[in-house]
Write a protein that binds this ligand. Sequence first.
Ligand code: C2E
Ligand code: CA
Ligand code: CA
Length: 655
Amino acid sequence: MILSNVLWLSVLLQVLAAFMALRLIPLTGRALAWSILSVAFILMASRRAISLLRANGTIESKWLTAMTTEVVALLISLFIVIGVFMIRSVFIKKRHDEDELLKLTQVVEQNSSSTFITDLDGKIEYVNQQFIERTGYALEEVKGKTPSFLDSGKTGRDVFMKLWKSIKADKVWVGEVCNKSKDGNLTWEKERVSPVKDSDGKTTHYVAVLEDITEQKSQRDALEYMAMHDALTDLPNRALFYDRVYQSIVNAEHTKEPVAVLLADLNNFKVINDTLGHHIGDKILKEVALRLRNGIKRYDTVARMGGDEYLVLLPGVDKAAAVKIGQRLSLLVQKQFVIEGHHFDIGMSVGVAMFPEHGDDPDILIQRADVAMYSAKANIESVECYDSEQDGHSVSRLELLGEVRQAIENKQLCIHYQPRLNLHSMEVEGVEALVRWNHPARGLIYPDEFIPILEETGNIKLLTRFVIENGLQQLADWQVKQPDFNMSINISTRDLCDPTLVGFLKEVMKTYEVPAETIIIEITESSLMQYTSYTETTLNGLDEMGVGLAIDDFGTGYSSLQYLKELPVSELKIDKSFVMNMMDDDDDGIIVRSTIDLGHNLNLKVVAEGVEDEEASKLLQILKCDYAQGYYYSKPVEPEEIDILLSGDDRRLAV
Ligand code: C2E
Ligand code: CA
Ligand code: CA
């Protein structure tokens, strides 16, 4: 019976030992159980041994009792010592852990950052003085609460989810949160949450250290905003637009919906900007931004691409709807602008490109919308959709722009010269300089294709200077053979606003020793319609130098006679469209005739261009037109051909 008790007990002890090994019983309990059970076991074991020995009669009972008592006492004291030692170590550990936490709170208290300590459920146990000052809450108000009372609602839910995931995995979490103080103030804080471990390596608390980053964050946000927005109009910029198009394409790939990209470009803006100043130009750009923004839905994007170009992103909109929206936006921009008492009419041309039909990346879509916009401009339409056939002929405007700049640098531009005849003597008295671009891959490109781009992008100045410099050098060469040989040079509307043009021309004339009377500067009639104080300064400057001034393409614009009287003009060039048709079209004939009369009445020389046959040439002679130019006499030719003409005795062209 007793034996079975002992066995029973030893089994129990085995189980207990296993539990201890598995650390399922807390350390204090383990130590106590170990002491009690050990004592009980030894007592029982020794009593059993004594009774067995006594029954066998092998031992004197008195002596035996004494010995047993000794052994038992020894063992008991041994086990008590072990037990006490264990219990003591448990208490020491507990004290140590408490000391550690105390030390931590002292460190935290000294910490200049706002700090709080929570238990494993996130309930606050301790906050430091900084925390109290920053949040306005006292320790009693927050003790036992989770820090969710600090939440401003501005921190994303995912942030908190990540926080908990991280600290539950015993990892330190660092992130940014927006906290609300007791008085409702919001503070952006960099929060660092670390698990606090006991000496066994078990997490007992979490400590959160918060650093105020409101100012840094607002600076950073402002920088980020600036990097992604246009400073003038506050619209998203090109970079952000790219990003949005990219996101829309990613979404559209799932939803199988189309995405429309529109590129809109203002008409006439450059002229207004150059002549009335950036101050007015900026106001117009802002107003356009506002009109476009109001013309689209909230989840669509309108961005400023730069200059007077805007981009519109319409996710989920098909081609027909995109064209309609483009037309609507164009109408919005057509409404008259009234700025500082000035009235402006500004049109807008829009190009549309569709995902997935025309491309599947932002770059291609914008480029194709650009091709479509350029075509809309050329066809005087408000909106055009991309058509791959157009693209075969017209290189993207943006692409071309980059190349033209290089072309000037790499000397790919060249000048051809078209002879100009005196219709009385039928002798060549001069030439008109006409620029060409000798493109390495596309061959000779004519000015109508690249000059409008240079004008629009403000790069025409480079070209004008190239023509003046090279043209006058060439003219000086020809004047060795014929001193009064003259040259007409075309300048663009934008050159009229360039205050350095006159000075530049003067310098080049001096360098090559070309007399002013042998230079004629041609300005189109339409550019004179944008007549301003700048234009006047440039024209007067040119006049003072003694160079001639011709009004080119005369008849296509609507210049008033008053202008013609006031401006220092020396000749009129009848537009070739009238001259080319004057034999078949009575109206054109009348225009040519009356222009010659008008010119002569105003004491101006008259030039007819576009003379393509003998009849036209003869008629112009009869009408007493002064000069003529045209394919009938000669196409624009390379300078070597003019060399040949000038080296002969007869300056008359063989026609
Ligand atoms: P524009 O000043 O009216 O030049 C005359 C244009 O008519 C030239 O075209 C010339 O080749 C063409 N032409 C001449 N005779 C005839 C003819 O009998 N029949 C026909 N059908 N055409 C004729 P091009 O060289 O293509 O130049 C086109 C325009 O490009 C010029 O028109 C001018 O406005 C501009 N341009 C040319 N060179 C320059 C330049 O250096 N600077 C600037 N700003 N513009 C230039
Ligand atoms: Ca011309
Ligand atoms: Ca012309």
